[in-house]
Design a protein around this ligand. Structure first.
Ligand code: PLP
Ligand code: ZN
Length: 396
């Protein structure tokens, strides 16, 4: 299978074998033909319910279980934000993040192409996700990590037994170099914004919009790092528009951490292109890509949907993470709490209002990260014989 690709920016076409990026410098994505697509009647809740819009491959093992995550109302956050709040909980994926959507499609396609190895460039969730999907499919997985990766994150990746190379040098350059070298080796790199990953990750948007059909949510707010997920969401929405299933698109708001906000900086400046920055320390380390390969595409997505790109600081992120735990029952990774922090800021600017159905995309679970902000635990110890009295004193 050689997947046809197209460039969102200049319209050039190519195939997957020719590479992941256009001569104009922008990333390719699959050339999908959505006319005639309708909401599927199938009972399959996984992302493969949208197989008519996906590369024609059959998932085996873990890949068949990606997607189909819950969309929950969070009424106790409505007043907090100043919107009608829904949370798309991507922690419901097999390895706890939306990355499984892209890994599922990428690994299934590599299997279908007869390759024996897949690879990725990541220091966290994507590496874990690729290694898990490769383990299930019986493919080798080559994970290229920055040499200074923290030990506990390396341990989580190693759990699925990939081959890990610690690479010294610039991370943005490593991303591009892996794609270049992979073309001449029997290993398919499925990096953050590569066509097959974007194909899988567009299903977040398809699921969200199908949950509201025939209505359309007013706003979708999500964290952005490389811009791969944001690209997928924009692509999914464009396909639904082309299929005639929506007459308007939700406004897409993309949130970065203030410590590393190249896309938000470009948006603020009114620039057409994203340029690399130097990243600072942040609790939202999963979204600290200083040289985002799809940053410019994210600017286009924000413009096309009538949304925006913004940045929030670490205090706002930690406060939002507590609110999601204590008022929505969802413990998310710090990086995803940027969505709630961003929604609060957008409501303050009157970009979203109380009657706006606002979907926060909680991109990953908090249970896999070292807790940088643990709660103070207030729990008294009582003897069994004193239990009745103790219960009476704590529940009025
Ligand atoms: C990867 C990741 C992101 C950022 O997604 P991009 O596609 O790189 O923009 C956000 N949140 C979590 C939890 C992630 O793992
Ligand atoms: Zn192009």
């Amino acid at each position: 299978m050689d997947l046809p690709l197209t460039c969102y920016d200049c319209g050039a076409s190519a195939t997957l074998a020719e590479g992941a990026r256009c001569d104009c410098g922008e990333p390719f994505w699959p050339a999908t033909e959505p006319s005639g697509f309708d909401w599927p009647a199938t009972g399959d809740r996984s992302l493969w319910r949208y197989r008519d819009l996906l590369p024609d491959v059959t998932p085996t093992g873990l890949a068949a279980g990606a997607g189909g995550t819950p969309l929950v109302r969070a009424p106790r956050l409505d007043a907090d934000v100043g919107a009608t709040v829904h949370v798309k909980y991507e922690g419901g994926n097999p390895t706890g993040t939306f990355k499984d959507r892209g890994s599922a499609v990428g690994v299934a396609a590599a299997e279908a192409a007869g390759l024996s190895a897949v690879g990725t460039v990541s220091h966290g969730n994507m590496a874990r996700s690729m290694a898990a999907h490769a383990a299930s499919a019986g493919l080798d997985c080559l994970v290229l990590v920055p040499a200074d990766i923290p030990a506990e994150r390396l341990g989580l990746i190693a759990r699925h037994d990939p081959t890990i190379l610690r690479v010294e040098g610039d991370y943005g350059a490593l991303y591009r170099e892996a794609l270049r070298l992979g073309r001449d080796r029997p290993v398919r790199f499925v990096n953050s914004d590569t066509p097959l990953r974007v194909a899988g990750q567009k299903t977040t948007a398809l699921e969200v919009v199908e949950s509201f059909a025939p209505d359309v949510p007013d706003a979708v707010v999500l964290p952005v790092s490389s811009g791969g997920h944001a690209s997928g969401i924009w692509k999914g929405l464009r396909e639904l528009r082309a299929a005639g299933l929506v007459d308007r698109l939700p406004r897409c708001y993309f949130v970065q951490t203030a410590a590393c906000a190249p896309v938000a900086d470009a948006w603020e400046r009114g620039a057409d292109e994203v340029t690399p920055v130097t990243a600072g320390e942040t609790v939202a380390y999963s979204i600290a890509n200083a040289d985002p390969p799809s940053g410019t595409r994210v600017l286009a997505a924000a413009r096309d949907t009538g949304g925006a790109v913004l940045a929030v600081d670490d205090d706002a992120v930690l406060d939002a993470r507590r609110a999601l735990s204590e008022r929505a029952g969802l413990f998310v990774e710090s990086a995803c709490a940027t969505a709630l922090a961003g929604a609060r800021a957008l409501a303050d600017r009157d970009e979203i209002g109380p009657s706006d159905d606002t979907v926060l995309v909680a991109t990953g679970t908090g249970y896999t990260e070292r807790d940088l902000d643990p709660p103070t635990v207030d729990a008294q110890t009582v003897g069994l014989g004193d239990l009745d009295e103790a219960i009476a004193s704590v529940v009025a």
